[in-house]
Write a new protein. Sequence first.
Length: 146
Amino acid sequence: MTSIEEKAFLESFKNFLDVTSNTGVTDVVITGDFNFPCVDWSTGSATVADNLTESFCEILDDNFLIQTNHYITRFKDTGGAIPSGNILDLVLTNNDALIVDTSVYPHSFDSDHLPVCFSIKSKFKRPNNNTTKKNYTVMIRLTSMA
Protein backbone atom coordinates (compact mmCIF):
# COMPACT_ATOMS: atom_id res chain seq x y z
CA MET A 1 0.00 0.00 0.00
CA THR A 2 1.37 3.41 -0.89
CA SER A 3 1.54 6.32 1.51
CA ILE A 4 -1.37 7.97 -0.33
CA GLU A 5 -3.47 4.79 0.00
CA GLU A 6 -2.60 4.51 3.69
CA LYS A 7 -3.66 8.13 4.30
CA ALA A 8 -6.89 7.49 2.38
CA PHE A 9 -7.53 4.41 4.51
CA LEU A 10 -7.03 6.37 7.73
CA GLU A 11 -9.40 9.08 6.52
CA SER A 12 -12.04 6.49 5.53
CA PHE A 13 -11.63 4.68 8.85
CA LYS A 14 -12.00 7.94 10.77
CA ASN A 15 -15.12 8.84 8.76
CA PHE A 16 -16.55 5.36 9.39
CA LEU A 17 -16.05 5.81 13.13
CA ASP A 18 -17.62 9.29 13.02
CA VAL A 19 -20.70 7.92 11.26
CA THR A 20 -20.87 4.97 13.66
CA SER A 21 -20.71 7.25 16.70
CA ASN A 22 -23.73 9.19 15.38
CA THR A 23 -25.92 6.07 15.08
CA GLY A 24 -26.51 5.60 18.78
CA VAL A 25 -24.81 2.19 18.76
CA THR A 26 -23.11 1.89 22.14
CA ASP A 27 -21.01 -1.28 21.77
CA VAL A 28 -18.70 -1.52 18.78
CA VAL A 29 -16.50 -4.40 17.61
CA ILE A 30 -14.27 -3.99 14.55
CA THR A 31 -11.92 -6.67 13.25
CA GLY A 32 -9.46 -6.98 10.41
CA ASP A 33 -5.92 -6.92 9.09
CA PHE A 34 -4.91 -3.34 9.80
CA ASN A 35 -1.23 -3.87 8.98
CA PHE A 36 0.24 -1.57 11.62
CA PRO A 37 3.21 -3.62 12.88
CA CYS A 38 4.85 -0.84 14.89
CA VAL A 39 2.35 -0.48 17.74
CA ASP A 40 2.90 -1.53 21.32
CA TRP A 41 -0.60 -2.87 22.04
CA SER A 42 -0.02 -2.91 25.80
CA THR A 43 0.13 0.90 25.67
CA GLY A 44 -1.65 1.57 22.37
CA SER A 45 1.21 3.74 21.16
CA ALA A 46 3.50 3.77 18.14
CA THR A 47 6.94 2.22 18.62
CA VAL A 48 8.47 4.24 15.77
CA ALA A 49 8.24 7.84 14.66
CA ASP A 50 5.78 7.24 11.84
CA ASN A 51 2.98 9.73 11.18
CA LEU A 52 0.55 7.11 9.83
CA THR A 53 1.00 4.77 12.80
CA GLU A 54 0.76 7.66 15.24
CA SER A 55 -2.40 8.89 13.49
CA PHE A 56 -3.93 5.42 13.66
CA CYS A 57 -3.24 5.25 17.42
CA GLU A 58 -4.76 8.71 17.88
CA ILE A 59 -7.90 7.68 15.97
CA LEU A 60 -8.27 4.66 18.25
CA ASP A 61 -7.77 6.85 21.34
CA ASP A 62 -10.20 9.50 20.11
CA ASN A 63 -12.87 6.82 19.66
CA PHE A 64 -12.07 4.96 22.92
CA LEU A 65 -11.20 1.80 20.98
CA ILE A 66 -9.15 -0.90 22.69
CA GLN A 67 -7.26 -3.62 20.82
CA THR A 68 -8.05 -6.95 22.52
CA ASN A 69 -6.00 -9.46 20.49
CA HIS A 70 -2.57 -9.81 22.08
CA TYR A 71 -1.35 -12.75 20.03
CA ILE A 72 1.07 -12.58 17.11
CA THR A 73 -0.83 -13.10 13.88
CA ARG A 74 2.06 -12.90 11.42
CA PHE A 75 5.42 -14.45 12.20
CA LYS A 76 8.78 -13.22 10.94
CA ASP A 77 11.44 -15.74 10.00
CA THR A 78 14.41 -14.44 11.95
CA GLY A 79 16.26 -17.75 12.01
CA GLY A 80 16.35 -17.64 15.81
CA ALA A 81 14.93 -20.16 18.25
CA ILE A 82 12.43 -17.68 19.67
CA PRO A 83 9.63 -16.84 17.25
CA SER A 84 8.91 -13.19 16.62
CA GLY A 85 6.28 -11.39 14.66
CA ASN A 86 3.59 -8.77 14.68
CA ILE A 87 0.01 -8.35 15.74
CA LEU A 88 -1.53 -7.21 12.46
CA ASP A 89 -5.01 -8.73 12.77
CA LEU A 90 -6.87 -6.68 15.32
CA VAL A 91 -10.01 -6.99 17.41
CA LEU A 92 -11.03 -3.45 18.33
CA THR A 93 -13.84 -2.53 20.70
CA ASN A 94 -15.01 0.34 22.85
CA ASN A 95 -16.14 -2.16 25.51
CA ASP A 96 -13.46 -4.74 26.32
CA ALA A 97 -15.90 -6.69 28.53
CA LEU A 98 -17.61 -7.81 25.30
CA ILE A 99 -14.63 -9.77 23.98
CA VAL A 100 -13.66 -13.09 25.60
CA ASP A 101 -11.65 -16.17 24.73
CA THR A 102 -9.42 -14.55 22.10
CA SER A 103 -7.00 -16.98 20.50
CA VAL A 104 -5.13 -17.68 17.27
CA TYR A 105 -4.85 -21.00 15.48
CA PRO A 106 -1.50 -21.79 13.85
CA HIS A 107 -1.51 -23.83 10.64
CA SER A 108 -5.29 -23.53 10.24
CA PHE A 109 -5.28 -21.99 6.78
CA ASP A 110 -2.93 -21.57 3.86
CA SER A 111 -2.14 -17.97 4.78
CA ASP A 112 0.75 -15.91 6.06
CA HIS A 113 -1.58 -14.68 8.86
CA LEU A 114 -2.99 -16.72 11.72
CA PRO A 115 -6.78 -16.61 12.12
CA VAL A 116 -8.08 -14.83 15.22
CA CYS A 117 -11.06 -16.32 17.02
CA PHE A 118 -13.00 -14.77 19.89
CA SER A 119 -16.41 -14.76 21.52
CA ILE A 120 -18.67 -11.81 22.08
CA LYS A 121 -20.58 -11.63 25.35
CA SER A 122 -24.12 -10.61 24.69
CA LYS A 123 -27.00 -9.38 26.82
CA PHE A 124 -29.47 -10.84 24.35
CA LYS A 125 -32.50 -12.50 25.93
CA ARG A 126 -34.63 -15.02 24.14
CA PRO A 127 -38.28 -14.04 23.82
CA ASN A 128 -40.81 -15.61 26.14
CA ASN A 129 -42.13 -18.79 24.51
CA ASN A 130 -45.74 -17.82 25.17
CA THR A 131 -45.32 -14.57 23.25
CA THR A 132 -43.63 -16.41 20.39
CA LYS A 133 -46.46 -18.95 20.18
CA LYS A 134 -49.09 -16.19 20.22
CA ASN A 135 -47.32 -14.28 17.45
CA TYR A 136 -46.95 -17.47 15.44
CA THR A 137 -50.67 -18.23 15.85
CA VAL A 138 -51.56 -14.72 14.70
CA MET A 139 -49.23 -15.13 11.71
CA ILE A 140 -50.90 -18.43 10.77
CA ARG A 141 -54.33 -16.83 10.99
CA LEU A 142 -53.25 -13.87 8.86
CA THR A 143 -51.68 -16.07 6.18
CA SER A 144 -54.66 -18.42 6.07
CA MET A 145 -56.97 -15.43 5.53
CA ALA A 146 -55.07 -14.30 2.45
